[in-house]
Design a protein around this ligand. Structure first.
Ligand code: ZN
Ligand code: ZN
Length: 284
């Protein structure tokens, strides 16, 4: 069987609603080198209990394809002092990752009008989880919509600085959110400036994962709308730049583009077409 083995790993966020066997089929159908999942229903506070047979089915997926988790939508890490469900929910999902053997979880930094307080709470939430669970936490940059925190490198740096176990803390860069929050990364000098900024603060080596999304809203819009690769405002040339950027030659990233008919297949095709032969290798 021919197998495309890219040095750059590209995949999708995939649903586990039909179970892990189905998710594995879907990951294969979409030719994912890597996947991201929620470890429970992202729209409910109800806790999840994975049975042994579920864990076994999950191994079927994770033994073939690296899996990253994304924290569900409800826990707001910036407000763990206002509602105890926020911290409980985060810890519960970190525990589910451990149960399944998922090494990393992507989190949003939360939202709060009182920025400094929110930043301190988000860092505390990460500290609590890292003290309890052997897991890596990936802070995702925000689009800047509403009072969302982590919308730029200085905000992410403030949170990172308050994290105690820094060896367990990393960054997940969402390309749509970068653009929406005001980094016009279509311009090469802005992209390079951003990477330099990360290098001078948190560290380039801390960029562990990407959310590879185009944006249907403009640069600096602070409105979070993901769109199909090359069909949005960010555009195809940015993705060509990123996927062939030697600083990220081993990048892993997933698309969180809208699930619309055959668009996943198309988005993956477009992504792979952008990889220069240098950045991908085929083996049979
Ligand atoms: Zn996210
Ligand atoms: Zn988003």
């Amino acid at each position: 069987m021919m197998r495309h083995e890219a040095a750059v790993k590209i995949g999708f966020h995939i649903s586990i609603a039909g179970g892990f066997d189905k998710a594995h089929e879907e990951a294969k159908r979409l030719r994912c080198d890597v996947v991201q999942i929620f470890v429970k229903n992202p729209r409910s506070w109800a806790e999840k209990l994975w049975r042994d047979e579920d864990v076994e089915a999950f191994r079927g997926l994770s033994s073939h394809i690296p899996v990253f988790a994304h924290l569900s939508y409800l826990p707001n890490l910036a407000k763990i002092d206002e509602d105890e469900r926020n911290m409980k929910g985060f810890a519960h999902e970190a525990g589910l990752c451990r149960r399944l053997g998922i090494p990393s979880i992507v989190v949003h930094c939360g939202s709060r009008e009182k920025k400094e307080k929110g930043i301190a709470m988000a860092a505390r939430a990460v500290n609590e989880v890292l003290a309890k669970f052997d897991i890596q936490v990936l802070l995702e940059n925000a689009s800047g919509q509403g009072a969302s925190l982590g919308r730029n490198i200085p905000e992410l740096t403030k949170i990172y600085e308050q994290i105690e176990r820094k060896e367990k803390a990393f960054l997940c860069l969402d390309t749509a959110h970068l653009f929406q929050s005001g980094y016009d990364i279509r311009q090469k000098k802005v992209w390079n400036g951003l990477i330099d900024e990360i290098g001078e603060t948190i560290g380039k080596e801390k960029v562990a994962f990407f959310h590879l999304n185009d944006s249907s809203t403009g640069a600096g819009s602070r409105v979070d709308r993901h769109w199909h690769i090359g069909k949005g405002e960010l555009g195809i040339e940015f993705f060509r730049l990123l996927l062939n950027d030697k600083r990220f030659a081993h990048l892993a990233g997933v698309m969180e583009t809208p699930k619309m008919g055959k668009m996943d297949i198309r988005n993956m095709k477009v992504m792979r077409s952008l990889l220069s032969p240098l950045m991908s290798r085929s083996s049979s």
